[in-house]
Design a protein around this ligand. Structure first.
Ligand code: OFO
Length: 169
């Protein structure tokens, strides 16, 4: 059985993961309006990943005998100043999520919930990957600058990203 403090911390994180899904959906819409279909695809994969992250925790709380009560999801930002600005925001958001999962791990340690610590290890490793992926696109965008041809080449590359359902835990 999950303790109340741990349960509350998981519910807050589920809300953040659902907000992440919503934020990336908003970014997907932004790129669709720019006709950058590879970026649209990249964001679409990101949206699916965030839903999987949220559902992983959702199922886990229930599996541990907890109760899931969902909160409202905040309105995401809807416009940016181009792809570079978007990816700067993505990296900042992922860094925020990483610190938030670290805080969740702190709660698991303080409540001596070893099962939750093992479960959360997956998320911590995932965040290393997420930040690296985003950092990679961001670095390319910084190099690209105002070069439209290079931007279209990156757009083509991002169109190849595919969603693979993660095995969480
Ligand atoms: Fe993008 O991160 Fe979820 O956890």
């Amino acid at each position: 059985m999950i303790c109340e403090r741990m349960e509350k911390a998981f519910l807050e994180q589920i809300n953040k993961e659902l907000f992440s899904e919503y934020l990336y959906l908003s970014m997907k819409a932004y790129f669709a309006n720019l006709n950058l279909n590879g970026f649209v695809n990249w964001m679409d994969v990101q949206v699916q990943e965030e839903r999987a992250h949220a559902m992983g925790m959702f199922d886990y709380v229930l599996e541990r005998g907890g109760k899931v009560e969902l909160e409202a999801i905040n309105k995401p930002q809807t416009s940016w100043n181009g792809p570079l600005d978007v990816f700067k925001a993505v990296l900042a958001h992922e860094q925020f999520i990483t610190s938030s999962i670290n805080a969740l791990m702190d709660v698991a340690e303080e409540t001596k919930d070893r099962a939750a610590m093992i479960f959360l290890n997956w998320y911590l490793k995932e965040q290393v990957e997420e930040e690296a992926n985003v950092g990679n696109v961001l670095a390319q965008l910084e190099l690209i600058g105002d070069d439209k041809n290079a931007l279209f080449a990156l757009d083509k590359e991002l169109s190849t990203r595919t969603f693979v359902a993660p095995v969480i835990g």
